[in-house]
Write a protein that binds this ligand. Structure first.
Ligand code: F6R
Length: 234
């Protein structure tokens, strides 16, 4: 793992832009994308850059089960608002939250991931060490699936909803097996709330108790931490 420690989230976004640039220079065609607070400065940097994604493919990690693409709380809406409105990709895919047939949707997404192998996967990390919505205890080999969110993840995401009761309890998520197939991984973590998870990911044992610890076994991972998120590294 290559660890980069920056002052704050703003600088983190600037560093992430360099990683995207380098991936494009190296011929990356397919980008795995994330939502949440963490990648916001990265998306702003991408939007303000002259990088061209118009011939590239994007695939998002996850989407809430039950939300339509035009629901303002959906990850479709997030991606539109923060990135796709400004930077268009040739094709952009997310799991379809309101799919009528969950099994068919999971199969569709896994087929997309096989057709478009990810060159650079952007990740955040949950306070409990989750990546995507692969909560502690998740298998390291699974592909896309429907997952039940833990109470701590529901609580953490409640800030984007009117109340915790409105937060969906299930999501479609790429599995850890899907994430590990990406050629290169860029994980960002900002703020003191992520310090314990970041230390467990980087220095702890590789265990499903901290799903992100599996990244120690990936050959090409860059981690960008701000000083607060790096505070518990030894
Ligand atoms: C988002 C995702 C999640 C988040 C994680 C951190 O697509 O898959 O794993 O990256 O929950 O969320 P934030 O960035 O909001 O702290």
């Amino acid at each position: 793992m290559k660890i980069i420690i920056v002052k704050d989230q703003q600088q983190g976004g600037e560093k992430a832009l360099e990683v995207f640039k380098q991936a494009l220079d190296q011929g990356a065609e397919v980008f795995g994308l994330a939502t949440g607070s963490t990648p916001l400065t990265t998306y702003t940097e991408l939007v303000n850059s002259d990088l061209d994604f118009s011939q590239k493919i994007s695939l998002n990690l996850d989407e809430y089960v039950g939300l339509k693409a035009d629901d303002p709380q959906s990850y479709h809406a997030y991606m539109q608002q923060h990135l796709f409105k400004f930077k268009q990709f040739k094709q952009s895919y997310l799991p379809q939250g309101d799919a009528a047939d969950a099994q068919a949707e999971i199969q569709r997404y896994n087929e997309l991931l096989t057709k478009f192998p990810i060159d650079l996967q952007l990740l955040g990390i949950g306070k409990n060490g989750h990546i995507g919505f692969n909560e502690p205890g998740s298998s390291f080999t699974e592909q896309t699936r429907k997952v039940k969110l833990t109470p701590s993840t529901v609580a953490a995401n409640a800030r984007f909803f009117d109340s915790a009761a409105d937060v969906p309890q299930y999501a479609y998520s790429m599995g850890i097996g899907s994430i590990m197939r990406a050629k290169k991984i860029l994980l960002e973590a900002f703020g003191s709330a992520k310090a314990t998870a970041a230390a467990a990911m980087i220095e702890g044992p590789v265990t499903p108790d901290c799903p992100a610890s599996v990244l120690q076994q990936h050959p090409d991972v860059t981690v960008i931490l701000d000083q607060a998120a790096a505070a518990k590294l030894s």
